[in-house]
Write a protein that binds this ligand. Structure first.
Ligand SMILES: O=C(O)CCC(=O)C(=O)O
Ligand SMILES: [Fe+2]
Length: 213
């Protein structure tokens, strides 16, 4: 689902570029989902694509602009969070600012010209029953340079129920997450706002929290 009808006709070059970019990212997303399906040993390589609505999947872009700030330590650029969707494909300029949290420490994501950054997001953690973990990340500001990032969120449609893939569940591997429609998950996400990995934590089955919190 790439609804180009909402884009401005006055900025036709921009709209055309976005149309082409989103078409290419849609293909890349499908390919990544095939690779991840194989990695999970799912029966079909279309398995994950089917779980997120196939052709009905959504691509939404957020363009972030971080102005320079002389006292970057006193400012929150974008608060720590994991993304609520399935995968996020991100392009950023040459000013550092994206950080991921690994073992409690914040690590800079390198700016490699022409490279895309792919983040695992919450619905992928749920579908894979925790085998892939969504990544907590934040945006920090730079003391004398501005920064831009273009984040494309690949998502199921709101009516699609997302729960751990049945093939990954057996007696040794009970479902760790409750199923919910993506719409329900998103409503809770926006109600509470950005809060680290709090949302995916709330989606965990209560009895799995003792061993998997
Ligand atoms: O600016 C960045 O690199 C991160 C953007 C981001 O995490 C988001 O828009 O959700
Ligand atoms: Fe994000």
């Amino acid at each position: 689902m790439r609804d180009m009808s909402k884009w401005p006709i006055q900025l036709s070059d921009f709209t055309e570029s976005m149309d082409e970019y989103s078409r290419e990212l849609s293909k890349l997303f499908e390919l990544l989902m095939e690779v991840l399906s194989r990695d999970l040993d799912l029966e079909s390589e279309n398995s994950l694509n089917e779980s997120v609505g196939g052709e009905r999947k959504g691509l939404h872009i957020r363009i972030n602009y971080y102005p320079p700030c002389p006292q970057p330590d006193l400012v929150v650029g974008l608060a720590p969070h994991s993304d609520p969707n399935v995968l996020t494909i991100l392009l950023h300029d040459q000013t550092p600012g994206l950080q991921i949290r690994k073992n409690g420490a914040w690590i800079d994501v390198q700016c490699v010209p022409g490279a895309l950054v792919v983040n695992i997001a919450d619905q992928m953690e749920i579908l894979s029953n925790g085998k892939f973990k969504s990544i907590e990340h934040r945006g920090v500001v730079h003391k004398d340079r501005s920064r831009m990032s273009w984040a494309v969120f690949c998502s199921p449609p709101r009516d699609v129920l997302v729960s751990p893939k049945r093939e990954l569940i057996d007696e040794q591997h009970p479902p760790l997450y409750q199923g919910a429609s993506y719409g329900e998950y998103l409503t809770k996400f926006f109600k509470k706002g950005l809060e680290g990995k709090g949302h995916i934590h709330d989606a965990k089955q209560q009895d799995s929290l003792v061993s998997n919190s």
